[in-house]
Design a protein around this ligand. Structure first.
Ligand code: GDP
Length: 353
C-alpha cells in the first residue's frame, strides 16, 4: 500500500512525485477502520484480536539457543564440572568464553570474578552468576516509549542490510497486532525498491498499513507523512524501516538524523526508540557496526537476530557491555513468532540448559 503526500499540505519537506492519490488514501482509511473495528469488537468481547494470518506461535528460546548451548556452553560446563578448577582450567574457561564471542576483556573479567567468589556455590554457579551480572539492568517487559496516551510509540529500526531488519519489522508488527494494538509501517528504506515491496508484503500479512513513497524518495518525507498519519489515526505503534547500506555510512547517519529531526518537529517529545538489528552470526564485526551506529544515532535498544544460527551466543553479553544498551528482542528463527522479548535470566538459563 502506497500513501502519497497531498501537495497542498503546509510545512512539508519537498519530494518529487508527491501526487495525491485519493483511491489509495481511501484504502488506507478503510484498512485502519477495519483494524479499529476488529479491536473494538474484540475488546467488547474480552478477547485479544489477532492478525489475519493465523496466530503466530511464540518461538522457543531454549530451542533457539541450542547451538550455543551445545557449542561453547557445553565445553564450558564440561570444564567447570570437573571439580575444583585449576589455574589451567580457568584459562581454558576464559578461552571458551572468548570462542563464544563474549570478548576477551569480558571473558577475563568473568573468570577473575568467578574465581574470587567465596560463596561456596561452585564454579559453574559462579560463572553463571557473573555472566548474568554482565547484562544491563532492565525493567521486565520492554515497551516502546510513548509521549502520551494518544501519541504513537515510534520505533526506528536501523542496521546493516541482510541482518534481518525487514523480517524483524514484520515480526514486531505481528506481535503488536496480536496484542491488540494498531500498527503503521513506514518504508524509510527508499534506496532499494525491493525493500519497499518486502515491507508491504509483511504489512499485508500482519494487518498493518504502510506509508511508502516511490524508490529514491526522501526518507524524511516518508517519515513525515507516516507520523502525520499515525497521529491523525491514533495509531499505537509506528515502525519505521531505514536504509542499511554500509558504503555511504556518513550519508546514512545524516539520513537517520534528519528523520529524527522531522519526528521531533512534528511530534515534540516523541523520543523515538532507535533499535539496532544485530545479526548474531557476524560476531565482533557486528559489534563494530553497532558501536558506529550508537555513536552517531544514540541507540535505545538492540534486536539480536539469528541467535538460532550461531554457536556463539556470547555476543549478547558483549553487545550490552559495549553499548550499555539493553537487548530488547532476540530472533530465534524465520517464523513470524520467532522474535522473543529478551529476558536476561531466562536467556542465561537457556544457555546453561
Ligand atoms: P534485511 O536486509 O536486513 O531487511 O534482512 P531480511 O529481513 O531480508 O532477512 C535476511 C534473512 O535473514 C532472511 O532470509 C530472513 O528470513 C533471515 N532471518 C531474519 N531473522 C532471522 C532469525 O532470527 N533467525 C534466522 N534463522 N533467520 C533470520
Amino acid at each position: 500500500m502506497f500513501w502519497r503526500r497531498r501537495p497542498t499540505e503546509p510545512d512539508q519537506p519537498a519530494e518529487e512525485g508527491g501526487v495525491s492519490d485519493a483511491a489509495i488514501e481511501a484504502q488506507l482509511e478503510a484498512e485502519f477502520a477495519e483494524a479499529e473495528e476488529a479491536r473494538t469488537t474484540a475488546q467488547a468481547g474480552g478477547e485479544t484480536p489477532r492478525p489475519t494470518d493465523g496466530e503466530p506461535a511464540d518461538g522457543d528460546l531454549v530451542a533457539g539457543v541450542a547451538r550455543s548451548r551445545g557449542g561453547f556452553m557445553a565445553r564450558l560446563q564440561g570444564l567447570l564440572g570437573r571439580g575444583d578448577p585449576t589455574a589451567a582450567t580457568w584459562e581454558e574457561v576464559e578461552e571458551t568464553l572468548i570462542a563464544g564471542d563474549v570478548g576477551a576483556a569480558l571473558a577475563l573479567e568473568v573468570v577473575e570474578r568467578a574465581r574470587r567468589r567465596r560463596d561456596g556455590a561452585g564454579p559453574t554457579a559462579a560463572v553463571r552468576e557473573e555472566l548474568t551480572a554482565l547484562l544491563v539492568d532492565r525493567e521486565p517487559g520492554w515497551a516502546p516509549h510513548r509521549a502520551g496516551p494518544d501519541a504513537p510509540a515510534i520505533i526506528l529500526v536501523v542496521g546493516v542490510n541482510g541482518t534481518g531488519k525487514t523480517t524483524t519489522i514484520g515480526k514486531l508488527a505481528f506481535r503488536y497486532r496480536a496484542e491488540g494494538q494498531t500498527v503503521l509501517l513506514a518504508a524509510g528504506d527508499t534506496f532499494r525498491a525491493a525493500a519497499i515491496e518486502q515491507l508491504r508484503a509483511w504489512g499485508e500479512r500482519a494487518g498493518a498499513p504502510i506509508v511508502a513513497h516511490g524508490p529514491g524518495a526522501d526518507p524524511a518525507a516518508v517519515v513525515y507523512d507516516a507520523v502525520d498519519a499515525a497521529v491523525a489515526r491514533r495509531v499505537d505503534v509506528l515502525i519505521v524501516d531505514t536504509a542499511g547500506r554500509l558504503h555511504t555510512k556518513s550519508n546514512l547517519m545524516d539520513e537517520l538524523a534528519k528523520m529524527r529531526r522531522v519526528i521531533d518537529r512534528r511530534l515534540p517529545g516523541a523520543a523515538p526508540e532507535v533499535l539496532f538489528v544485530l545479526d548474531a552470526t557476524t560476531g565482533q564485526n557486528g559489534l563494530a557496526q553497532a558501536k558506529a551506529f550508537h555513536e552517531s544515532t544514540g541507540l535505545t535498544g538492540i534486536i539480536l537476530t539469528k541467535l538460532d544460527s550461531t554457536a556463539k551466543g556470547g555476543i549478547v553479553f558483549a553487545i550490552e557491555r559495549a553499548l550499555g544498551v539493553p537487548v530488547c528482542f532476540v530472533g530465534v528463527g524465520e517464523k513470524v513468532g520467532d522474535l522473543l522479548p529478551f529476558d536476561a535470566t531466562a536467556f542465561v538459563g537457556a544457555l546453561f540448559g
